[in-house]
Design a protein around this ligand. Sequence first.
Ligand code: IPM
Ligand code: MG
Length: 362
Amino acid sequence: MKTYKIALLSGDGIGPEIATEAKKVLDVIQAQDKAQFECTEALFGGNAYLQTGKSFPRETIEACDAADAIIKGPIGLSKEESDKIPVDEQPERGALLPMRRRYDTFANYRPVYLPKSLAHFSPLKTEVVGDGIDLLMIRELVGGLYFGHKERGIDEQGQRFARETLEYDEGQISRILHVAFGEATKRKGILHNVHKSNVLLSSVLWNEVLEEVATEYPDIEVKHIIVDAAATALCLDPRQFDVMVMENMMGDILSDLGGGILGSLGLMPSACVGPEKAYYEPSHGSAPDIAGRGIANPYAMIGSVAMMLETSFGMVGEARAIWSALAGVFAAGFATADLGGEGATVLDTASFGDKVVERLVG
Ligand code: IPM
Ligand code: MG
């Protein structure tokens, strides 16, 4: 049996509650003798700063460096708490972006997935959702505005200004496009390229590189769509999409829209994959307003475990079992507080996790 080292960073807000449920799922898989998981828990985010003075403390860096994969909960404190932290140590700038940079996790997989049994959670009309939604957004995660040169100052007129740059080189573009073409090959053979080449020079370069990379994938049909039009199309007819690829900031925004058409960001797990290491996280925030009340939806955190098992450890069967257990709980007439759903019985965080576990145990 294989042993995998996992760094478990439960994060802030609802993070620890949903991390507990993710851990339950790992424990079941371990109890079934499918693999051995050595989990090291470590501080990351706002609470890490309050306890150690660093939002990505040295011990956490060491645990992550030593791990085969990282599971990360959401980070971020309430505005009042956050304001007490120096800007550079605030969890997003002080922990999350450094994590992405350190492990060069350029490929962000964000499945927008709503199987038939969950279709009633979508705010879209029944005829638009049909038998569900199943698309994969691929977001470039370590380039563009997030990582470009930034500066603040006072200009000649005495006005405060801020400047940040959206930069991509061809290597950064081609590696994410190869990931996207690869996924399109595994799925339906259609790739939607999301861009803004009518305005942004970075998109002009992106599309040029795409034409070159596309010659290596003659069987893939590429469709181009401008980012604002893509936002509308995702609401009106999401089923036209299968794999979508885009730069960092566009992916940040459209993937939240993805959560919107599912009915909740609580249904959005994700994988952030680099050349040597990957980390897995729900795409949603830490929801400090509901933290500690046991009502958070652990779906995205548990889904992130499934993505880790498949992507980092090649445990495809176990990942499928988790997906079907997650969908099975909803199909049985349950919901979590974020989803509502007419006539559904609302489960608290731990009960949802227990029901997933029941199904996995079979
Ligand atoms: C996400 C989040 C992050 C991002 C924040 C927390 C910095 O919104 O993963 O989508 O903007 O990338
Ligand atoms: Mg986001």
